[in-house]
Ligand binder design. Sequence first.
Ligand code: MV4
Length: 446
Amino acid sequence: MSLRKILIANRGEIALRIIRTCREMGLRTVAVYSEADRDSLHVRWADEDICIGPARSGRSYLNIAQILSAAEISDADAIHPGYGFLAENADFADLCEQCKIVFIGPSGKVIRTMGDKAEARKAMKRAGIPVVPGSEGIVETLEAARDVAHKIGFPVMIKASAGGGGRGMRIAHTEVSLNSSFASAQAEAEAAFGNGGVYVEKYIMNPKHVEVQILGDKKGGVIHLGERDCSTQRRHQKLLEESPCIVLDDKLRRELCDTAVKAAKSVGYVGAGTVEFLLDGRKFYFMEMNTRIQVEHPVTEEVSGLDLIREQIRLADGEKVPLAQKHVRLRGHAIEFRVNAEDPDRDFQPSPGKITTFHVPGGPGIRIDSHIYAEYVVPPDYDSMLAKLIVHAPDRDKAIARARRALDEFVIEGVKTTIPFHRKILTNERFLSGHFTTNLIDEKLL
Ligand code: MV4
């Protein structure tokens, strides 16, 4: 290992998660923090800490000059960006390289290609990866959008090329609705991303959202660590994720995972990444590639037995993938529940404030990744995730029983949380059957 000191350009549970692995690897850590995070555990746990600005993330956790200065001052040789903030900022990855600081993630070039969804679609199509029928790249005019729609048939989906996460996205069931939604998708994309480019795809009704975890090294080696089913979302926010996806049989799983490996190899992917697919019966289509460690990575850690942060650091340092594909063993079933400071009875409104009681579940097969503690004040400035509960058991039924037990033990007082909502999901018949799709929560079927 040529690295000695890692700066963590993030906060909250993921900053703690990265520090934990660094300590196990004997690496020194540098925390950066905003004025709102002075009392955070990541500041206390790191070997060194540097304040990088006020609460507003634009001036702290997204402030590239400030973070690179902190790395320079502390003599860090690498930066781990975590997820969110600068994790998928290609310019930041390039600047790290120019400053001779190792960016723990793929190259700026790969981040840039995958960040442009129309570009990514083109690159994948060229590599022989199945994509949803649709336009060749950006669609500039309503007339061109109509031509594509007539070729592939309605319903269609208009998507922002700079997007992801639902903004600048429209569904059109008819030509009349396409006429009005095309311009509004462009306008929303321009407002949200400063880039009004949109493309058109066939709208897949009731898909499953299944994603494959991959690891790639600098020698061109790529392996997968199985899939996660992330279909349980509300307004494009994931609520829980699980592995494996139980509607896949061995043959379909092999096809899906091999396709993800092929996709990663085609772009020379280095590091940990995720290839997202829409699954429609036995057909699957490439949707996006995430070039970061994801919130839900612990689900894959539990079934694979690997430490994905450790692997990210090793791969960034030029080492090979940790094992051959044939030696990857995926065991049992894992589910992650995101516990947010939100009020499920009030349309999931954020509920920041002081935590008065924090009692976490324990026992076999339970993992909690969290940065909060009793008396901690949840600031209103950042996302509302308080904790992740990850359960692991020999099969899905046992994982669900374990989750029910753990959610009953879990006590967080002082703020409203999504714990009661998770208890309710675990009584929903469609969820229990495994045959739920992305529409389960948004259509108020629950
Ligand atoms: C789709 C789709 C159906 N057909 N694309 C949502 C977020 C963005 N990354 C892409 N998304 C979708 N793209 C086609 N051609 C349905 C969705 C979608 C969705 C995807 C995953 C998880 C939840 C979702 C909820 C609504 C829509």
